[in-house]
Structures are given as C-alpha cells and as structure tokens.
Design a protein around this ligand. Structure first.
Ligand code: 5AD
Ligand code: SF4
Length: 460
C-alpha cells in the first residue's frame, strides 16, 4: 500500500508577518507528513492566511472562499479549508456561518495547535481557536523543522508581535493583541540557524518592532538596537533590516546603531500616516509632524544616505483640505524614497470607525491619487539620483535574461546586474548604470563601498 503525502497550500495576504507565519504553519504540520504545494488544486489542506487591516483585504478572503468551494465541486473532492490570520481572529465562528466551506478557524496566536485542530476538522468537528497565548506560540514555534535550503538567501524573523499603541484607525491591537517580545536567546538561535543554512539577510519583524524589549541573556530587557548589534555578530549574516516602527518608540540607541552598525541597512520604514497635527491627534499617534521631521533629521545625521519609506492614510474622519495639504507637504519635507498610501477604511471595533466627519469616497479617491502621484515622482527621482553610485548588492537569484543576476540595493530597490558572474548569496559591489521607477540597472564594479555615503552627503 502506498500512502499519499498530504499536501498543504497556504495563501498569505497582508503583511510580512503573515509570510513568516505561513512558514511556521508549514513547520508545525511537517511532523504530520504535510508537504507544501503551490497549487491549490493539489492540496488536501488549504489555509487562507488572512489580513484584516483594511476592508478590501478582508473581503478578498470571502471571494477566495467562494472560488475554493467551486474548485472543490469541479474536482469532486473537498480539501480541508482553514482560515488563519487576522480575519480569523476578528470574526471567529462567524466565518463558518458566512462560508460553510470552512472547516477550521485559527487565530495568529494558536498556530502551534494546528496539527490538533486539523485532526479535529478531519473528524468532522468545526474547531475555532482564537485564544491569545503569544508566549506559548513563541516558545513552541521557535524551531523551523523543514529544510531551509529552498528558502533563499533572505528571511524574516519575528521578534515581537502585537501593539499597545492603539492608533484610532487600527485593528492590530485587537487582532494581534498586546505587545509581546521574544527572548534574545530565541531570536539569536533562530537567526544562527538561518545563517548556517545560507541566509545572508534577515529582516526583523514586529507590528511595532522598535518597541522590542525581549529578555536578554543577562536577565534584563534588551532594546531593538542591542538586539541588532548582537545579531550583527553572527557569522555569515551580511545584512539586517527591521520593520515596522512607530516614531514614539525610536530610541537614541537605535539612531546610533544606524551610524555604527555596518550590517544594518540604510533603509527605514517609519510611517507618519498624516502631515496634519490635528489629524495626528485624532489618530492618537501621540506626536506632531514637527516631532517626526526632527526625528528623521537626527536619524539622517547618523546615517546620511538613509532611504526613508512610510505609510499614509487619506480621508481619515474629519480630514479637511488643509489637513491633506499638510500631508502633501510632509512628503517633500521628509524626502521619502518611497511610501505606501491608503484610503481610510473604517474597521469595526476601532474608535475612528464610529466618528462623525467620515470623508466621502470621491474625496478619498481624489486625495489618494494626488498623494500617490507625488510619491511616485519622489520615488523616480530617488532612483535616478543613484545612477553612477556604487554600492553592494546581495545577489538573490538569476535575472530575467542570460548573464543577468538580480538582487537588492542597501535601499531595498531591486537591482538587475548585467554581465555578472556572481553566485546567489554573494554580496557584490556594483555601479548603477540606469534606473526605472522600481528597479535599478547596474554593472559589476571593483572595491570602494563608501562611495554611496559620500554621494549622499554631497547631494544632501
Ligand atoms: N484604513 C486605512 N489604512 C490603514 N492602515 C491601518 N489601518 C488602516 C485603516 N483602517 C494602514 C496604515 C498602516 C498600514 C500597515 O496600513 O498606514 O501603517
Ligand atoms: Fe496599528 Fe501601527 Fe498604530 Fe500599532 S502603531 S495601532 S500596529 S498603526
């Protein structure tokens, strides 16, 4: 008798933490024989790893469930269907009422219990597990058990989860719960394992990552900066990044790390959300536009070539034209290299959803378009400013055409290197020969990695 290997298909939506969690779910199910597939049609278990941050993201889940139901009918075989992630956390058993195709619902804090939940679902029960047990999740999900060889040279490592900031528009404090940090020892062990498998770049993840305060080997709480400096000692690891930060939690030692730690890349995602103090207050951000700009100035003083990215929400309740104009202004004042823009989406259970002064869809659309156009302009100008610069690229894969290798700049922009003989995983010095809106084109260059800092200082 041959036993068929059960196949797992995970589709992740939303943030990078879901990408990380998807790997951990696959790890949790590997001892039960589950192998990953990238074809939903072949799967015995389909997991939708959902996002609840904006309405559109949540609605996608229900349309996908509709497609899965149809696919099952066409195949004449029903795979088990699990809904995980933040929609699972927020809606729980409601999901099964609305979409009976769903066999199990599991929140982000319960993935270590997936094997048991899958067994229950197989037995015809319809388990729903949305309990908050972050500590348990961290301790039992710490060890990736699947071979890492196929995971590439970059990886995510979750260092903290949840958020205590309670921005008035945001569901994260409700879906991911209170802020909790993993211990330094756990993170070091996981990162060492990744480095030993050939991972060269690690991005530390957390919803509010600069609030990190995990227990260090000395029994004290360590800051994110201290953690980064410790991880920079790991052999084989060439690059460190972290995301996403809140301006209020950005410590002086983190600024210093941007100056002192070569492995920490000069790229920072630091959302401001709005340029208007009145709206920032209503958003409960607890800082002003000027506070934000001052902070950016200090970070740039430490690391002059820093590329800044951010998030913006347009059409927050009560946002008037002059508030929006302040947002347009801060895009220039902060000199973003790139940014993400969103229309405000009222999320059930958040304070802002109940407020008067909801902005019309038409005004939101118009503001979004204007803001996006300005950010695209800035992004193109930033990319262009790098032409002629030299910097290191971490080679991640072969390029689209023969003789091309593809990787990323220190600033996270994709780079196509022409005529490169470099291997995947190598860090090579390049000279930028051309720029598009999203990627850079480059040729191999010898030596000098300091050029780009000088260039940034010269153009500052
Ligand atoms: N509506 C629109 N955008 C939102 N974000 C978070 N909540 C909402 C919402 N209710 C955006 C913020 C945040 C990013 C991850 O998503 O800009 O930084
Ligand atoms: Fe949401 Fe970020 Fe605000 Fe936390 S800091 S509530 S995750 S927007």
């Amino acid at each position: 008798m041959t036993v068929r290997t059960p196949k797992l298909f995970v589709r992740s939506y939303g943030c990078q933490m879901n990408v990380y969690d998807a790997e951990r779910m696959a790890d949790a199910l590997a001892p039960d024989g589950y192998a990953s597939t990238d074809r939903a049609e072949d799967a015995d278990l389909i997991v939708l790893n959902t996002c609840h941050i904006r309405e559109k993201a949540a609605e996608k889940v229900y349309s996908e469930l509709g497609r899965i139901r149809k696919m099952g009918e066409e195949l004449g075989r029903k795979p088990l269907v699990a809904v995980a992630g933040c929609v699972a956390q927020a809606e729980g058993a409601e999901i099964m009422k609305r979409a009976p195709v769903v066999d199990l619902v599991v929140g982000p804090q319960s993935y270590q219990r997936l094997p048991e939940l899958v067994r229950q679902a197989r037995a015809g029960e319809k388990p729903v597990d949305t309990e908050f047990a972050v500590e348990e999740k961290f301790s039992s999900l710490a060890t990736p058990v699947r071979p890492l060889a196929t995971r590439g040279v970059t990886a995510f490592v979750t260092v903290q989860e949840g958020c205590d900031k309670f921005c008035s528009f945001c569901v994260v404090p409700y879906t991911r719960g209170a802020e909790a940090s993993r211990s330094v020892a756990q993170i070091v062990a996981e990162t060492e394992r990744l480095a030993a498998q050939g991972v060269r770049e690690v991005t530390l993840l957390g919803q509010n990552v600069d609030a990190y305060h995990g227990e260090g080997p000395d029994g004290r709480d360590w800051t994110l900066a201290r953690l980064l400096l410790r991880l920079a000692e790991i052999e084989g690891l060439a690059r460190l990044r972290y995301t996403t930060s809140h301006p209020r939690d950005f410590g002086d030692d983190l600024i210093a790390a941007h100056r002192d730690c070569d492995k920490l890349m000069p790229y920072l995602h630091l959302p401001v959300q709005s340029g208007s103090d009145r709206i920032l207050k209503a958003m409960n951000r607890r800082h002003t536009a000027a506070d934000y700009l001052r902070l950016i100035e200090r970070i740039r003083h430490a690391r002059p070539d820093l590329a800044l990215s951010g998030d913006f929400i347009v059409g927050f309740p009560g946002e008037r034209t002059e508030d929006f104009e302040a947002t347009m202004r801060i895009v220039d004042e902060a000199e973003y290299a790139s940014a993400f823009t969103f229309k405000y989406s009222p999320r059930p259970g958040t304070p802002a959803a109940e407020r008067d002064g909801q902005v019309s869809e038409a005004a939101k659309a118009e503001r979004l378009q204007r803001l996006q156009a300005r950010i695209t302009e800035r992004q193109i100008a930033f990319q262009r400013s790098l032409v002629g610069a030299r910097f290191d690229v971490l080679v991640e894969r072969a390029g689209r055409h023969p003789g091309q290798m593809a990787g990323r700049s220190p600033y996270l922009s994709p780079v196509q290197i022409e005529g490169s003989t470099a291997a995947v995983g190598e860090v090579v010095s390049v000279e930028v020969t051309g720029s598009g809106p999203n990627s850079l084109f480059a040729a191999p260059a010898g030596g000098a990695r300091e050029d780009v800092r000088m260039l940034a200082e010269a153009t500052a």
